[in-house]
Design a protein around this ligand. Structure first.
Ligand code: DLL
Length: 447
């Protein structure tokens, strides 16, 4: 436990910082630490991972050439393809006897990515999860209900050990069986809910259907992540579950959850820069973009032993904010991601992220928070159909009213996206509900 932990007061509200020494370093101190850690990571991968050795040699770079942090941009990127080519253990930088845990990414396309952790990696992982959970307001008084699936997915274990380290009481519920989740929440008085935002919405829906008032529960905070979600979705979850909903970010290749998380000010997720160096690049050219630009997040891990990643291309689109935060943490904040560059839809030449559509739908009272996007092709043109559930206020037998509502929605989407989409209203409760990450896009263009 950290003896150096202290409490900082801001805006009358008590702000707890798990590791103030590292989370509040000055930029100079932070950069010195990053440089030292980066150099030892580069030595480690150069000496132990043939893929990195080959990449460095191809570019005629040796780890000792790295004098300044700005030299990072000279290093090669690592991509998902590198991990596939070295499946399953080729990117590990320690012998298997030092690997004490294995996880993997979901692998919806092709083989999953396998990642490993040494004992020290697991300690750091728990510590970083404790950081963002503390930032979200979790304390040793909390009863943390984990509704991520336990298994190869990093979500459940990541937050589980973070919460235990804080001293909270952990309920390792896993995902699914929504009625039982609600019963446990009622009976065990869960105060913090951990899951994907879409599963939180499924839980909220089920509670409403069963006539359970969220105010009768002890829930007060939600720690949601693992998929993109919009601000209107946050507001909806806060209202329907009577909680403060916070966002946290991570990916298995770089560690899992615990790379970044929001503090109570909820103005971006602090990236734990003493462990990860973030960059923003142009996803097309790979060029580093100036501070404040929107682009693809690239991450370098600088303390991992078993599975270090140098300049890993996350494909997630976001922006970094280096302004000081009112919470006192000095680490850079990343904006809520718009989504992955792979999920970006190109409709009639216009780039659209599903979260932009979500933002529009969630602001329309008659729409339920359940939607799906169907992409198709008419001749050479891509088409987008937005299927959305509507509530009982839209009468399916009143054609004229319904037509006017569809027109209204289509106009709002056109003005927000800059491209037309067809809207199809579907009956309440007819869309699939999600227990893990939501699948929002159905692409019928692929053969
Ligand atoms: O989803 C790790 C995680 C678990 C993060 C639990 C937070 C909470 P993967 O399954 O490897 O790992 O998926 C990683 O999910 O590249 C993003 O595209 C997306 N993602 C994760 N967190 C967020 C978030 C986990 N807060 C991929 N907002 C990432 C938006 C997110 N997208």
């Amino acid at each position: 436990m950290h003896t150096s932990r202290n409490d900082i007061r801001s805006n009358e509200e008590e702000v707890r910082i798990w590791d103030p020494v590292h989370e509040c370093l000055s930029r100079d101190e932070l950069e010195m630490l990053q440089l030292t850690r980066l150099r030892s990571t580069l030595e480690r991968v150069f000496n132990n991972v043939p893929c990195y050795q080959g990449k460095f040699r191809d570019l005629d770079i040796h780890p000792s050439d790295l004098i300044d942090l700005s030299d990072l941009t000279r290093l090669p990127f690592t991509t998902k393809e590198d991990l596939r080519l070295n499946y399953p253990y080729g990117m590990f930088a320690v012998p298997m006897r030092q690997v004490v845990r294995i996880h993997s990414s979901s692998g919806t396309t092709g083989k999953p990515t396998v990642v490993g952790y040494s004992r020290s990696d697991l300690q750091i992982w728990a510590d970083l999860a404790a950081r963002f959970m503390t930032a979200a307001g979790v304390t040793d008084e909390d009863i943390v209900h984990i509704a991520f699936g336990y298994g190869l997915f990093t979500g459940a274990f990541g937050l589980h050990y973070g919460a235990e380290l804080i001293g909270a009481s952990v309920i390792p519920m896993s995902s699914g069986n929504t009625d039982k989740q609600i019963m446990i929440m009622q009976d065990y008085r869960s105060t913090a809910l951990v899951c994907t935002p879409s599963y939180a919405m499924t839980i909220a829906d089920r509670m409403e259907k069963s006539g359970i008032d969220p105010r009768s529960l002890a829930l007060r905070v939600g720690l949601f992540g693992a998929e993109p979600w919009s601000e209107p979705m946050r507001r909806e979850l806060e209202e329907r579950l009577n909680i403060v909903a916070t966002d946290n970010y991570g990916l298995s290749e770089v560690m899992g959850p615990g790379i970044a998380g929001e503090c109570r000010h909820r103005c971006g997720m602090h990236i734990f820069e003493d462990h990860f160096i973030p960059e923003i690049i142009d996803p097309e050219t790979g060029k580093t973009l100036p501070q404040g630009s929107v682009g693809e997040l690239v991450l370098t891990s600088i303390t991992k032993e078993a599975f270090p990643m140098v300049r890993y291309r996350t494909r997630d689109i976001t922006r970094l904010n280096y302004e000081p935060c009112a919470c006192g943490r000095t680490h850079v904040r990343m904006e809520k991601t718009m989504g992955r560059s792979d999920d970006m839809l190109i409709i009639k030449g216009v780039n659209v992220f599903p979260t932009q559509i979500e933002e529009v739908l969630f602001q329309v009272e008659e729409c339920e928070p359940h939607y799906q996007l169907v992409l198709d092709r008419a001749g050479t043109m891509d088409t987008l159909e937005v299927q959305v559930e509507v509530n009982e206020s839209i009468f399916f037998d009143e054609m004229k009213k319904q037509r006017a509502f569809v027109d209204h929605l289509e106009k709002r989407l056109l003005s927000a996206l800059g491209v037309g989409a067809k809207v199809k209203l579907v009956e309440p409760s007819s869309m699939p509900r999600h227990e893990g990450k939501a699948q929002r896009v159905i692409d019928r263009r692929k053969p």
